[in-house]
Write a protein that binds this ligand. Structure first.
Ligand SMILES: Cc1cc2nc3c(=O)[nH]c(=O)nc-3n(C[C@H](O)[C@H](O)[C@H](O)COP(=O)(O)OP(=O)(O)OC[C@H]3O[C@@H](n4cnc5c(N)ncnc54)[C@H](O)[C@@H]3O)c2cc1C
Length: 368
C-alpha cells in the first residue's frame, strides 16, 4: 500500500456530527486552520436521531447568527405536557427563546455544515481515524479509507478533538475507558405518517409495561419511539410496523393510523461517561464523552454546548492568547454537566416507567 501524507492543520476534529461541525466551524471562524475528518461519505441523512433543540443551545447558535434560520424551520413548543399531568411552562424561561424547538437533527447539521464550509473548514470525508500518537509538540493521526487517496495516510495537528460519537476511536486511542451500562434495551423507533395525528405536539405516556413517545417532523412524518419492558429483543432482530403499533396501542390506547414507515430501527440506550475529557493534546466532546437515554432530548444539545465551551478556548490557545490552564477549564466545566445530564435523563426514564405503586405515587407528586 502507498502511504499518503495529508496537509497538516492546527486542529483536527474527528467526526462531522453536530458536535464536530459546530466546533470546527467555530475554530475556522476564529481563523484557526482546521480539518474535519469524517469516515462517512458527504451528505446528511434525513434519518434523524435528535429532534429537540433547547433554549440554551438556541442562545449559543444565536450568538453565531444561526438561530433564526433554525427557528423558521422548526416548531416552537412552550407548553410541555407529559404523562397527562406533568406540565412544563417554558414561557417563564429568562431567555430570548422561551420554548424548545422541535426540529430534526439533520436540519441542525445542514446549517452547521454550511456554516463550517463558509468559514473555511477543510473536510476529509471517507477518511477514518485508525489511531493516533502524541508527543510534546503535537498529535499524529493515522488515517485510512478512500479519502486518503487509496493508501493509509497521516495527519499532524497541534490539537485533536474526538467528536466521533458513542464508539469513539479517539477515546480508545488515548486509553480512556467508557464506564457505564445499558439502561434500556429493546427500544423501537419508527418515522411514520399518521392518519389521525394526536392533538398535542409531543405525546408521551406510559401504561403498564409499555411506553410511547410521538412528535412531528415538519415534513409530515412523525417520530414514534416505543418500549415494551416485557420484550427483550436484540437490536439486530428485524422490526415490523405492527410491533410498533402494538406497543403504542398498549401505552396510548390507539395507534393513530400509523403507515408508510420511512425508517424503523431497534436501539438500546446506554448511560456512560469518560472519566476525563482531556488527555494531553486530545479532547473528547459530544457522544464520544458521554451518552445517556434520549429522555429529555439532551444528547445533541449537550454535545453542542461542549463544542461551544471548547472552541473559543482552543482558538485562544493556538493563537497564544490563553492563560495557562484555560484548556483545563473545559473538562472542569463540562464533565459535571455531562454527569448531571446522565443522572437527570436516567431519572426521567425510571420515573416514566415507574411500576411499583410508590414510584408511581412519586411521579404523581412530582407532576403536581
Ligand atoms: C433515537 C434517538 C433520539 C435522540 N433524540 C435526541 C433529542 O431529542 N435531543 C438530543 O439532543 N439528542 C438526541 N439524541 C442523541 C443525539 O442524536 C446524539 O447525542 C448526537 O448525535 C451526538 O452528536 P455527536 O456529534 O457527538 O456524535 P455523532 O452524531 O454520533 O457523530 C459522530 C460522527 O463521527 C464519525 N466517526 C466515528 N468514528 C470515526 C472515525 N474513527 N473516523 C472518522 N469519523 C468517525 C461518525 O461517522 C459520525 O458522523 C437521540 C439519539 C437517539 C438514538
Amino acid at each position: 500500500m502507498t502511504s499518503t501524507s495529508t496537509t497538516d492543520s492546527t486542529v483536527v476534529v474527528v467526526g462531522a456530527g453536530p458536535t464536530g461541525l459546530l466546533l470546527a466551524g467555530d475554530l475556522a471562524a476564529a481563523g484557526v486552520p482546521v480539518t474535519l475528518v469524517e469516515k462517512r461519505a458527504p451528505g446528511i441523512s434525513n434519518l434523524s436521531r435528535a429532534m429537540v433543540v433547547h433554549a440554551r443551545t438556541l442562545e449559543q447558535l444565536d450568538a453565531r447568527g444561526l438561530a433564526d434560520e433554525l427557528e423558521a424551520k422548526g416548531e416552537p413548543l412552550a407548553d410541555l405536557r407529559l404523562f397527562d399531568r406533568l406540565a412544563l411552562d417554558l414561557t417563564q424561561l429568562r431567555s430570548r427563546f422561551r420554548h424548545i424547538l422541535v426540529l430534526p437533527q439533520y436540519e441542525v447539521e445542514r446549517v452547521l455544515e454550511r456554516r463550517a464550509v463558509e468559514a473555511g473548514v477543510r473536510f476529509a470525508y471517507e477518511t477514518e481515524v485508525a489511531g493516533l500518537t502524541q508527543d510534546a509538540d503535537g498529535v499524529t493521526l493515522e488515517l485510512r479509507g478512500p479519502g486518503t487517496g487509496g493508501g493509509p495516510g497521516t495527519l499532524r495537528a497541534a490539537y485533536v478533538v474526538g467528536a466521533d460519537g458513542l464508539r469513539s476511536g479517539v477515546r480508545a486511542a488515548v486509553g480512556l475507558p467508557f464506564p457505564g451500562r445499558s439502561v434500556i434495551r429493546s427500544l423501537v423507533l419508527a418515522d411514520v405518517r399518521l392518519a389521525e395525528p394526536p392533538e398535542s405536539l409531543i405525546t408521551v405516556h406510559a401504561d403498564g409495561d409499555a411506553f410511547a413517545f410521538i412528535a412531528p417532523f415538519a415534513d409530515g412524518y412523525h417520530r414514534v419511539i416505543g418500549w415494551d419492558r416485557s420484550r427483550n429483543v436484540p437490536d439486530s432482530e428485524p422490526l415490523a410496523l405492527d410491533e410498533v403499533k402494538g406497543i403504542v396501542r398498549q401505552a396510548l390506547g390507539r395507534d393513530f393510523g400509523m403507515h408508510d414507515a420511512r425508517w424503523m430501527s431497534r436501539f438500546h440506550s446506554d448511560e456512560r461517561q469518560a472519566p476525563a475529557y482531556r488527555v494531553g493534546r486530545v479532547f473528547l466532546a459530544g457522544d464520544a464523552a458521554h451518552v445517556h437515554s434520549p429522555a429529555g432530548g439532551q444528547g445533541m444539545n449537550t454535545g453542542l454546548q461542549d463544542a461551544a465551551n471548547l472552541s473559543w478556548k482552543l482558538a485562544r490557545a493556538v493563537q497564544g492568547r490563553a492563560p495557562d490552564g484555560l484548556l483545563d477549564t473545559y473538562e472542569a466545566e463540562r464533565h459535571p454537566v455531562g454527569r448531571t445530564v446522565l443522572r437527570s435523563s436516567g431519572g426521567l426514564v425510571r420515573l416514566a416507567m415507574a411500576k411499583r405503586p410508590w414510584t408511581r405515587a412519586a411521579r404523581t407528586a412530582l407532576a403536581a
